[in-house]
Design a protein around this ligand. Structure first.
Ligand SMILES: NC(=O)c1ccc[n+]([C@@H]2O[C@H](COP(=O)([O-])OP(=O)(O)OC[C@H]3O[C@@H](n4cnc5c(N)ncnc54)[C@H](OP(=O)(O)O)[C@@H]3O)[C@@H](O)[C@H]2O)c1
Length: 340
């Protein structure tokens, strides 16, 4: 049996439950699957939540588990029925471990990305152009696709006044640039003066340091008293409750996380044509199986210098626990990537 290195969790808990195992079986390639030799794996905040507690799809019965949902690397082997990719190609993949958990082909066989080899299906992958390095490619997939499809769900358009919470998160740094790209005005929140300065460099028109000011007070000036057309909330709890009060008539709030650990409950109805709904990139990818094609456009705009994928820090795979701790302490501005 071929074996590989991978960061696995054998129980849920704090960072130190992640261990570097060297005897993990290399996944067997099915007819419509591709084995990718991993160069870089992006860390998403949901990895921290899964490590801590699992989630609705992942419970104790699924342990040990390799964390990680996005990676970039080189195609090592292809299944006999794969025509879309060939060995040696540079690719990015989001192997959607939860998709497998929910009963689609592959069953409960997880294929996390904090590993030397990763299994993916053709629809989970795109080719990475030569002008995009592996760390950038790994950092783009989850955060930029989520940012784009969230803004699309919010029907953002030129001239909209948008509030993007947690502007310094990996998702926030992508969403700010994408919202500006479609011609919206962007207000964002961040936890330090330095992060506020950096989100402005990315194009944010207004940045509120939430330790020093209440974003609510900045909304009237930013919107000429009309309220916000679009809100992207990943904080939940009190921030979500306050955000809902700041929507303009016809405004759209999309909630997709709970960094605060607070309630994500949304009102069933809002007055004046305002709407509030949840979003999940996992569900989106399952429903719209060609969603990853959007990455081709992003890569072209990254190559041309129009979009900047912010990678704050790169850790070696063996230091995954330190990388999670860094994020837990809110030290990151943009993405953290593991190199394998
Ligand atoms: N449902 C989905 O499909 C989906 C997909 C992607 C992401 N998300 C969600 O989006 C959020 C961001 O994910 P990410 O991977 O981009 O995050 P990340 O890169 O790990 O960034 C986290 C940053 O958020 C900021 N933050 C603001 N309030 C916070 C709080 N109460 N607790 C912790 N951090 C706080 C911190 O910066 P400051 O110093 O500025 O506070 C921190 O550095 C997460 O909630 C994640 O679950 C959801």
């Amino acid at each position: 049996m071929r074996t590989m290195k991978a960061i696995q969790i054998h129980r849920f808990g704090a960072e130190d439950v992640m261990q570097l195992d060297t005897d993990v079986p290399v996944p067997e390639v099915g007819p419509r699957e591709i084995l990718i030799k991993c160069a870089a794996s992006g860390i998403n905040h949901s990895d921290l939540f899964i490590r801590e507690n699992g989630n609705i799809h992942i419970g104790p019965g699924d342990l040990p588990l390799i964390l990680g949902r996005e990676m970039a690397g080189v195609v090592a082997e292809i299944g006999e029925a794969v025509t879309e990719f060939k060995p040696g190609q540079r690719v990015v993949a989001m192997p959607a471990p939860q998709t497998r958990a929910t009963g689609l082909p592959g069953g409960k066989e997880y294929t996390g990305c904090y590993a030397e080899y990763v299994l993916a299906r053709p629809q989970d992958m795109r080719v990475v152009p030569d002008g995009v390095d592996m760390v950038t490619a790994a950092a783009t997939a989850w955060s930029w696709l989520t940012a784009w499809y969230v803004l699309e769900a919010a029907k953002i358009k030129a001239g909209d006044r948008a509030l993007i919470h947690a502007g310094g998160s990996a998702l926030g740094t992508a969403a700010i640039q994408l919202a500006k790209h479609v011609g919206a005005m962007v207000m964002t929140t961040a936890g330090s003066a330095e992060k506020c300065a950096r989100v402005k460099e990315l194009g944010a028109d207004v940045a509120v340091n939430y330790h020093e000011a209440d974003f609510v007070d900045a909304v009237p000036g930013f919107t000429d008293g009309r309220g916000l057309d679009v809100i992207v909330d990943v904080i939940a709890g009190e921030v979500l409750v306050k955000s809902l009060t700041q929507l303009a008539p016809g405004g759209r709030l999309i909630a997709l996380g709970s960094l605060s650990g607070g309630s994500r409950e949304l009102p069933p109805e809002l007055p004046g044509g305002r709407t509030a709904r949840r979003f999940s990139i996992t569900s989106h990818l399952m429903e719209y199986t060609r969603s990853m094609e959007k990455l081709d456009e992003f890569f072209a705009l990254i190559e041309s210098g129009k979009f900047k994928v912010i990678v704050d820090k790169v850790f070696p795979l063996a230091e995954a626990a330190a990388a999670h701790r860094y994020i837990e302490e809110r030290r990151n501005f943009g993405k953290i990537v593991l190199t394998v």
